[in-house]
Design a protein. Sequence first.
Lengths: 325, 254
Amino acid sequence: MTSQADPQATTASPRAPLVIAGLLFAVLAAIPLLSELWGGAWLTSLAVRAMILAIVAISLDLLMGHGGMVSFGHSAFVAIGAYACGIMLTEGVYEMALILPVAIAAAGLFALASGAICLRTSGVSFIMITLAFGQMVYFALGSLAQYGADDGLTLWSGPDFLGTRWLNSDMGVYITVFAVLLGTWALVHRIVQSRFGRVLRAARQNPTRVASMGYSVFRYRLTAYVIAGIIAAIAGVLWATHAAFVSPSLGAWQRSGDLIVMVVLGGMATRNGALVGALFFILIEETLSAITHDWRLIFGPLLVLIALYARGGLVGLLDRIRGPA
Amino acid sequence: MSEVVLELKGLSKAFGALVVTDRVDLDLRRGECHALIGPNGAGKSTLIHQISGLLKPDAGRIAFEGRDVTGLSQAERAVAGLGRSFQITSILPEFTVLDNVALAAQMRAGSSMRFFARADREEPLNRAAQEALNRVGLGDRAGIVAGELAYGEKRLVELAIAIAGKPRALLLDEPMAGMGRAESESLTETLLELKAQYPMLLIEHDMEAVFRLADRVSVLVAGAIVASGTPDEVRADPKARAAYLGDDHIEGAA
């Protein structure tokens, strides 16, 4: 019943999501200045991590929220991007203008091949097959003996950016990640509203009807799968650049689970849900883990409460607190 | 005799031991409404599903406008021009009525692999959708979220979706199912208007509607066609009467 009321609540005040997004981005933009006063490098590093995860969460929401494809292997694409960057840096290729296309191509091809198989199924089978592909990537990366195997790979130098050392400064990385997040947030929204997005959203509601209208549902879903995989891989490249370290655990299934939690927590298929969910997740993780090592004991019940009382996630909760405009 | 648009030859399908389509030969000609009637469980919907590509037949072939479409997917057949409605209302409940129909129009308006421009602001698509809605009498409901429509109105969205895809023939699976008397009478009028433009294969239980709309009637019993002809011929056919219609029923409808 609440879900029936939601679309009207948002049409009543179409500007509200933009205001929320504006505030969030303003805070994120202010963090480097804020960190001069309090928190220092810890704060900016936390914000970079949160923003990178937000990029991935937004890409997952394209699949999950808008496309109805619950992928339990999305972090594999992050790992593919991170390893493309890590391996190229180790092999002496430092230019981002070379690293990024390779990461995109690798993730795109993997998404095309694995997606073509995953998308033969749906529902629980889809979840299981994406999980299986994710684990395949995880173990494959862990077996790369020349690139650190399970222990991962330390990157001694960051990538160049068109010949400059831009990505070797904390500020350069911060601004880049911020820009990519802003771009992803805007791009995915455009995609969702486009002809392509309309077919994708329709196919989540009623694939048979969409097929009977003359659309090959498979093609549209596969395209979304590739787009989401590529965005996640770009986030992976940023991760490797920021952390100067990559390891197979980037692609572990727990990470994919966390991503699903972020999207659901924030509110699926909403303008800011994935963004809010990712930022909130990192904030809670950081706060609670400072209090206790067993922070998930507190986080778990919190999730249950949100699942029970905040249908539509945190964004939905915000809408209701503001009340009918 | 006018041109054959759709032709089924020896179509057969079984679910395990249950034969649901038994060597069906059927055709649909330009300008006509061919009604398919039969008792519940006769395999009428299963037959429509096979024609539209939702189910694969075990044997036989389906030709549409002279082209063998038996191997085509559901989407490919829709592109070829086979539009359909569903017996159990099948719309996009979260979209507005206009978006439901505009999406159907979008299929005929160039590539849908466009990723940036807002689809709901494409005037030609919205105009085509509005026209289809006007034709089925839902013109004033365009802005409503489809899931919130009354039942009868959802049935009309079905029909608007089907015609917005610019079909070359319509497969209508019980368009009047569950409608009240006034609603089904008004829908009969709408279908009479559409008949001039689209050849129709119509499944319907409402005998009054069938005998008003149909130029030909075929009776399906246990997956096989037992009688076929003009409405009057079928009314008089003892096999059809025995198998399905029942004497009372036919007098009542006449």
